[in-house]
Design a protein around this ligand. Structure first.
Ligand code: SAH
Length: 453
């Protein structure tokens, strides 16, 4: 819990940016983290609260702006929790991400590594293909949607988001106005009452597919048929609507059950010449333009040979494994979410890729069995979630001895930890950050490792 105290305002200089994109200021041996303050800037900062031994402040008056400070496109960027860097020049964002990766390797792996310059977007806006928003109620019943305010559960109303696919905007506004006119209540976290919890929209870059997932508190909600009919009349661009039921008091967005209300129940997209179907619960990268750059780099790093056996761990709908399968003898993928592993099988069939197999399993359990029976793999692609991999997985890798590993990660700190563990047997060749998340502090990184002789 944060400790609040009588505010104190002091003049501070920003010397760095933290892991989470906060300005780092020093004051007589104290470190103060300040939102929306960039290196080289000076400001009068109100120190607002203390959490886990660190002080947090906010800018009262900016006295010396950075040359990298720019006018943000979004009016609510300083209160909405979605972006941190709308006011920071894109070039500066990219170099921040490069040094952040280097810093995590220094801090966590105790390694001084060379990190390549971050690969960025030509136009770093409107890139997200997945949008999820909760709903709120104003006064007597006007429904609005938005993002949670930083660190809270207060919904900041958003009419236009500058990082989302622009096609989502009209659909979300239509959902809000239909909920208002049909008196369909948004779910209220405190009372547990109300019908609709979230709307999730997924758009395809290559096809005209758009999926709307309505997360509801119970199986049925009043006027659902009328609602669907009116929605599709106003937004005929929606190709499928699914309902996900989440009756639990939780901040996890999706519940167990999903049913298709309209259309096929999935969308299609294409990356690097392969078509994919994506079901509502399957993971799919949120920036398709940069995902192609990411996968192309990953393939370059893998230097696949026609006789190679490839293992794609944490595979989602099989994207990396299937792209690799076109250049090698065989690709095996493993993914824990059953629905995603099933998508991978359908995807291989749809694309006529016969040398690809997909299993629904825990990656550590699966690879440990491979190591026990002495299977052979030449190249390992691993792309775990934010928490990274685990010792069991990494020990099995060390036993299996693939000659190359391409580690794709969305969290440089767990990446540094895991690479440090692998470095007893593997040499780091290249570290490449890729900007999948412009305007935010997040960074995707690819590391190429080769087996030490
Ligand atoms: N490589 C894919 C997915 C990366 S996201 C892509 O580029 O699209 C990480 C994936 O790991 C998610 O699909 C998640 O469901 C899966 N995952 C998480 N924990 C896992 C585990 N223990 N074993 C296997 N897969 C896991």
């Amino acid at each position: 819990m944060p400790t609040f105290f009588k505010p104190e305002t002091i003049r501070l200089s920003c010397v760095d940016l933290s892991f989470e994109g906060l300005g780092v200021c020093k004051d007589n041996g104290r470190v103060v983290f300040v939102e929306n303050m960039f290196p080289g800037e000076e400001a009068d900062v109100e120190i607002a609260y203390q959490r886990a031994g660190s002080l947090f402040g906010r800018v009262v008056k900016l006295t010396k702006p950075s040359p990298d400070r720019i006018e943000p496109r979004c009016k609510v960027c300083s209160i909405c929790g979605g972006c941190q860097f709308q006011q920071y020049a894109y070039k500066a964002q990219l170099s921040y991400k490069q040094s952040k990766v280097k810093e995590q390797f220094r801090k966590i792996a105790h390694m001084d590594v060379e990190v390549l310059p971050t690969l960025g977007m030509n136009d770093p806006y409107f890139y997200r293909n997945k949008i999820q928003m909760p709903f709120g109620l104003v006064g007597k019943g006007k429904v609005y949607c938005g993002f949670y305010k930083k660190g809270s559960h207060v919904i900041v109303p958003i009419e236009k988001c500058y990082i989302e696919d622009e096609r989502a905007e009209k659909i979300l506004q239509t959902v809000c106005s239909l909920m208002t006119s049909m008196q369909i209540r948004p779910y209220d976290e405190l009372s547990g009452e109300g019908a609709i919890r979230y709307a999730l929209i997924r758009t395809s870059k290559c096809f005209h597919d758009i999926m709307l997932t309505l997360v509801t508190a119970s199986d049925r909600f009043a006027s659902s048929e009328r609602f669907l009919h009116a929605l599709l009349e106003t937004c005929p661009e929606i190709t499928t609507v699914v309902q996900n039921v989440n009756p639990k008091k939780t901040n996890v967005i999706l519940g167990e059950r999903t049913k298709t209300l309209f259309g096929r129940g999935f969308i299609r997209d294409a990356l690097c010449g392969v078509n994919f179907r994506i079901s509502p619960k399957s993971f799919y990268q949120t920036n398709p333009t940069m995902t192609e750059t990411l996968y192309e780099k990953a393939m370059d790093f893998a230097e696949l040979m026609p006789n190679d056996v490839v293992f794609d761990a944490y595979s989602g709908i099989g994207t990396i494994g299937m792209i690799a399968a076109k250049r090698c003898k065989k690709a095996i993928s493993v993914e824990i979410v059953r629905e995603a592993a099933r998508d991978a099988i359908a995807n291989a069939k749809d694309n006529g890729i016969a040398n690809f197999v997909s299993y629904a399993d825990d990656a550590s359990a699966f690879i440990t069995r491979m190591a026990c029976v002495g299977d052979h793999i030449d190249v390992l692609f691993m792309d775990p979630p934010r928490k990274g991999s685990d010792k069991r997985f990494l020990d099995a890798v060390i036993k299996l001895k693939p000659s190359r590993i391409v580690y794709v990660s969305c969290d440089p700190s767990t990446l540094a930890r895991d690479v440090a563990y692998l470095s007893k047997s593997y040499k780091i060749n290249k570290i490449q950050p890729v900007d999948l998340f412009p305007q935010t502090f997040h960074v995707e990184t690819i590391v190429e490792l080769t087996l030490k002789k």
